[in-house]
Design a protein around this ligand. Sequence first.
Ligand code: NAD
Length: 428
Amino acid sequence: MASTEHAPSYAHLEFDTPLYRTAVAQFDQAVPYADVADGVAERLRYPERSVIVGCPVRLDSGQRAVFPGYRVQHSSVLGPTKGGVRYDPHVSLGECAALAVWMTWKCALLRLPYGGAKGGVRCDPRAMSRAELERLTRRFTSELLPFIGPQEDIPAPDMATNEQTMAWMMDTYSMQRGHAVPEIVTGKPISIGGSVFRHEATGAGVVMVIARACERLGWRLSEQRCVVQGFGNVGGIAAQELVDRGALVIGVADHSGGVWDPAGLDIPTMSQYALEHRSLEGWEVGTRISNEELLELDCDILVLAAREDQIHGDNAHRLRCRMIAEGANGPTSLEADAVLRERGIPVLPDILTNAGGVTVSYFEWVQDLGRLFWGRDEIRAKLAEKLNDAFDRVWEIGGEKGISLRTAALVAGIREVGAALDARGLYP
Ligand code: NAD
């Protein structure tokens, strides 16, 4: 499209932002190794659908506010689109588009019958009451009704959204349909068709991928000193899983800053504190440090589980870890990737490392459609099997082509989507 004189370049489209350009640049690095036709590659540079909605909400004060909401669906060639919903002041069309692109490669890499989507509402969730968040969620869901569905697009939790948010979305959708539709969202409470292992899935998956990488590198996970940035659903659970496997977690951070103790932190107590206080603000044990200092701590494994764009050209030279695991989406810039590769620091890429969430979401959707539910051990075992299979393919492609694990993971995902697009052909 961009290469013909009749179509505008994507540089003029509304989702074209620095994060989206990072997603496209990563794609461009991987495409030459993926053996897909030029026309197919060109199609995959663009989301299929990008929606902006306005969500008017009655605030507790009695006043009304209108919040912009977004949903971007990147590719539906393999099945319904799938992706999280985030509430954050930085949510934009470009951010959602980039995250939707990554979701496509992630689902394909894991061989799930889904394409990528992402959405969110631009708001400050920490400044809103539970009742305001409920009204916002219900209105956002209503605005998206023409675009979502169990066979069209299936939302899930992401930053600042959780099981309760998904319950409100499921209820709003179901009330419109006239019957319960649990398969419209994943990551919902177990009482309405949620999966017993979904809450822990992303963080547990991060540590399964780290464990596999340690095996390949000949490291013992139980001897590693770890730092975790982000102490929410992904980071909090990953920190606990690391401790459960005998590793030492010496630093964690959330939006209130970092905490460091070279002798190891008491993760269960800190998790309880963060749950009760909605953050680690006020936590007194250990040395308080800034987020920037946390990223540069001397450690073996640095887990990035907060948000995008944390490791960049300015700080990549200063990191003192031996390996990075991306629990968050897009935490490492292209420039940083190049620096880390030169320094020999392996990066376990987001589309592989945090894929536990969408994989167990897929299990949840399958269980909802079949109205037949599996136990925790079965789900955990199926997840490990899926992640290990994906890891081994990525490791093999990386070694065979002499490319980074990120590019190898993208190649594996792009190949699956490219083959499907090729087989289906161009409509009409
Ligand atoms: P969350 O809201 O539960 O937690 C985010 C954490 O990051 C919080 O502790 C927050 O305080 C912290 N944080 C925010 N900004 C920060 C900053 N500048 N510095 C340090 N900490 C900061 O969200 P989550 O679900 O854990 O998601 C975290 C990341 O993982 C996001 O990139 C998300 O897209 C990605 N992800 C989440 C899932 C999932 O299942 N929840 C799945 C795949 C990927």
